[in-house]
Each structure stands twice: as C-alpha cells, then as structure tokens.
Design a protein around this ligand. Structure first.
Ligand code: IPM
Ligand code: MN
Length: 386
C-alpha cells in the first residue's frame, strides 16, 4: 500500500524562502514521477522575520505539527537583520529563530548532524590539485551537547567586571550514539576515495580538553565493535590542514558539536561552496533536513541563490524516510534527485553565479528557478534511461 508522509516545510528567513520552494517543486515532480508514495506538505512561516511581525518565532500550530506529527522536516535558513544591519535577537540574547534551528536539534534529540562533503563533477574546488574523485567524505557533527549546551550565562552586564561563560558538556551517552552512527555509516559505505579503506576519523582536541578525552576514549571503545574499519585520529587544528592537503584520505569524520560546526564550513568550501552543501539532523525517530548555508538576507529577492544545497537536503530527507520506513520508492526518489543534480552540474551549463568560477567562469549565471527547472527536466530524462 502506498504511504503518505507528512512533511513540515519551514522556509524560515532570507534566501531560505527562495530555495525551499524550489526543493518543494522538485519534491512534487519526483513524487509524481516515481509514484508509490505521497507527501502531505504543511508549510509554516517562522524565524526572525516572523518574530519581528508576530512576537514569536513560530505559531503554536507550526511548533506542534513539526514536533509531534511530521514524519520529516525541511528547513531553509534562520536569521533576519534589522534596518540598521544588526541581527534580530530574542530578549535572552539568542538569535530569533533559535527555537527552530537549535531548539529542534535539542528537543527532538537529533544527535547526529550529517554533512556530506562531496565534490560533484562540474564544480570548482579551491584545491587546485584535487578532482571530484578525491573529495567524498561525510562529517558527522555531534548535535545536542558540547558548546551548544544551554549552560551559559553572563554576570554583571555592562560593568567593568562583566563576564560570560559557556560550558562545554560532553557526556558518555551523547558521544556513544554519535560515534556509533559514524562507524555504522562507514560500515555501509564505500570507504575513502583515496584508498577505498573504510575509515572513521575522530577530530577532537584531546591533547588538552577533558570532554575531548572522554569523546576519544569512547571512540576507541566503539571502534572495537567494528574491526573492519580503520580508526584514525586528528586534533581539530591539524585536521583543518589535512582536509586541504589530503581530502582523499577521509571517509567518515566525527567531531564534537562546535568543532563539527567549524570544520563543516571548511568542508563546504572544499566541495565548491555553501551553495552545494546539504545537511541532515538525525535522531532516533526524527529528521530535520536543511542546507548548511544561512539566510543571506541581502540576496533575498534576487532569484540568484543556489537552490542545490536545499535540493540535496531534500534528497537526503527522502533517502532517510525510505530507510526509516523501509520504503524503496521513497528512497529511490531521493537517489533520483541526487542523480539529477549530479547530471546538471556535470553538464556545466545551467548554474547560479556562485558556481560560475574556475573553468566555468565564462558561463552566464542562471537564476535560482532556472536551475530548479533543469533539475526537474533531468529527473525525467534519468528516469527514462534507468
Ligand atoms: C549551522 C549554523 C548554526 C549552528 C547557527 C545558525 C546557529 O551555523 O547549522 O551550522 O551553529 O549550528
Ligand atoms: Mn555552521
């Protein structure tokens, strides 16, 4: 029997409101093309712009549906700016939209932030001696604790003695589950592009920090369960160099929360920019998928934002739903979306400004919508030849 999946669509702020509708068009097209499943989309306004207007980050209905009813969530980006250029904040100092982007990760216990770093053919990388065959790793960022634990505060605001404290909490439970996720992903995958070896790299700062020492010792414990997978270590500062020098060595990389945040922006640069970097926040029952990029308010309305990161996040959403519900149709829909993106990038003709660089710098940039149309046409072509 064909199943209906309920999806919460949260475009958020800025270019999130441009790229999410593109991903939705791709979803409608692939759903019709593949058949055998339906999606029921529930779209809600939310984020900093909504907060400025309504005095809350999202409606009660949006929050209830997203947390309790949705089978999956597609999120655009959060972050609005005021006329003077400063960010819209909540009274507690947090970014307006915090409850959505960080709150969902914490409340739905989305412990693994999965960020694939893959260089597609037809995309320029700043690493001049590297090719698509060299860059294909997945960074797993711990997503519910670390420096993002809400154990922070300030004292004596405005005083000479003012101080602010952020506490980095690392627990056995939080580390075990994310590290196991990384090993399992490596076990199911094809190994590192350089040598085909299945490998998990633990990126930490265990030469100094107690939390990282715990994280690494748990990494060693879990590694014993996976004798076929090579365990590898790097201190986070050193890893930023290795990532540029020998990306082909990396297969799956696991890191505590804030380190994972930083190194995934580096990963995005290596794979051709934030315009092509997707992500999934994954827990036991829930999944929230969002591009790595932010809301880039100054580009909103110019129809120039790259929709590929959002479309690849949709592809991850479908593949995850397929695995969760053992639904081959949905999974194949996700694979088809990815295949079409890959095809369009390889053809090298239709692309937004951010990808008109290097060997593609002479190409005249396409609009956000043109890229989506090309991907939708691509779906149909690939479906026929499959
Ligand atoms: C990300 C973003 C968020 C984070 C911000 C918007 C709070 O940078 O998803 O990487 O730090 O996690
Ligand atoms: Mn980030």
């Amino acid at each position: 029997m064909s199943r209906t999946y309920k999806i919460s669509i949260l475009p958020g702020d800025g270019i999130g409101r441009e790229v999410v509708p593109q991903a939705v068009s791709v979803l409608r097209a692939v759903e019709e093309l593949v058949g055998g499943f339906q999606t029921e989309l529930h779209e809600f306004e939310c984020g900093g712009e909504f907060y400025l207007r309504e005095g809350r980050e999202w409606s009660i209905e949006a929050e209830e549906f997203t947390k309790r009813e949705a089978d999956a969530v597609l999120l655009g980006a959060i972050g609005a700016v005021k006329k003077d250029g400063s960010s819209v904040k909540l009274p507690d100092g947090n970014l307006a939209g915090y409850s959505i982007v960080i709150g969902l990760r914490m409340e739905l216990d989305l412990y693994a932030n999965v960020r694939p770093v893959k260089l597609y053919e037809g995309v320029w990388t700043p690493l001049s001696d590297k090719r698509p065959d060299d860059i294909d790793m997945t960074i797993i960022r711990e997503n519910t604790e670390g420096l993002y634990s809400p154990t922070r505060g300030t004292l004596k605001r405005g005083d000479k003695a003012e101080l602010a404290i952020d506490t980095r909490v690392i627990t056995r439970k939080g580390s075990e589950r994310v590290i196991r996720y990384a090993f399992q992903l490596a076990a199911n995958g094809h190994g590192a592009p350089g040598d085909g070896q299945k490998r998990v790299t633990c990126v930490d700062k265990s030469n100094l920090l107690a939390g990282c020492q715990l994280f690494r010792s748990i990494f060693n414990e879990i590694a014993i369960e996976y004798p076929g997978i090579e365990k590898d270590y790097a201190y986070v500062d050193a890893w930023t160099q290795w990532c540029l020098r020998k990306p082909e060595y990396y297969n799956v990389v696991v890191a505590p929360n804030e380190f994972g945040d930083i190194i995934t922006d580096l990963g995005a640069a290596v794979q051709g920019g934030l315009g092509v970097a997707p992500a999934g926040n994954i827990g036991i029952k829930h999944g929230v998928f969002e591009p790595v990029h932010g809301s880039a308010p100054k580009y909103y309305g110019s129809n120039s934002a790259n929709p590929i990161a959002a479309i690849l996040s949709l592809s991850m959403l479908l593949e995850w739903l397929g695995l969760e519900h053992r639904d081959k149709k949905v999974k194949s829909a996700g694979e088809l979306v990815k295949a079409s993106v890959s095809e369009i990038l390889k053809e090298g003709k239709i692309r937004t400004q951010d990808l008109c660089v290097g060997p593609w710098s002479a190409i005249s940039p396409s609009s956000t919508e043109d890229v989506t149309s090309a991907i939708i046409k691509g779906l149909k072509r690939i479906q026929i030849t499959r």
